[in-house]
Design a protein around this ligand. Sequence first.
Ligand code: ZN
Length: 398
Amino acid sequence: MDDILIKNVLLFNKKANVLIRGKRFCSVSAPADAQARQVIDGEGMAILPPFYNTHCHAAMTLLRGYADDMPLHKWLTEYIWPFEQKLTAADIREGSRLAVREMIKTGTVFFSDMYFDIEETAAVVQEYGMRAALGVTFMESHSKSQQQDKLNQLRNWVDPTGGRITLTVAPHAIYTVGADMLQLCSRTARDLGLKLHIHVSETSKEVEDCRREHGTTPVRYLDKLGVLGPEVVAAHAVHIDEEEADILAARGVTLAHCPCSNLKLASGTFPYKRALAAGCHVTLGTDGVSSNNNLDMREEMKFAALLAKGASGDPQTMPAHEALDIATRNGSEAFGIDAGVIAEGKLADAILIRLDVESMQPLHHLISNWVYAADSGIVDTVICDGRILMQNREFTKA
Ligand SMILES: [Zn+2]
């Protein structure tokens, strides 16, 4: 692990020399002549926390543009699932590679995934130096022996990167996983100290079907099963009433808000103000490329802010700094990664963005420009766990 000195970079509102030793930020006010094996000239750039994408299906990059402009149920059952049945492990590796490259290019260092053949995705994450929480996906349609294999995989997992990849237990949703399996997943996650990643209340159809089958709404149903707890990451949570927001907050559930996917599939509008008032922990995800159609968290951050303002009728809802926190430190915190802020002692995850571009000028307010004006093409350098993954927009992997 090389030491890195980033000289003359804009940190908050002033120029600084940022020193990274090993995996952590050693100093954010180092002398210009500090010794380091690698020196980056940060002149004309700002250092910011990178993105932590809390809901993704990385290999679905292979379905980019394959089926657009239709409702979720039809899209899923008539296009996505039949396509996915034909995917091989090699396909999943290539889809994951495309995803990982796109994520690094757009300033993301971590993603929480839910897919199949996770060893293929893990190999690519390891190769490119990112972080990931890879979901071992459970569905009723899998055979008993497949389910047993998945449980064994969770129990026997050894992280090949020594700390950058964890697994999560990922029951797909309440409409694809029955009560017994949901509870088995919950017990497994708690026993192994892992996160449980699940789609919750994404569409009104899911809520209506749940009422018909279980006599209650998805959040109440999961709570009745005892599944909700601080280890749960609930993707979407679009259709939640006030009491459900209170339940999610009380149980310490993390919400993965996916504004682009919700808008594109017209699934509904995440009630950000309600979730915030209840004290929910809100993070940001892209969902899969097939419903986004990219993995660009900067774009996602802008959509989140605009959607929250539009839906509440209040332009003060989700100000720029809050949108940035949701996309960065909140996601990092949710997954127990000691990063997400540029500060001494924290794990050295960072991006350097170019300021000498039209969309970043004039520089009245760095965060405002980054959230509302820029595009992710200005990400010049990406650092994860004290290692440079991209510099001058070129990947640095061996
Ligand atoms: Zn999803």
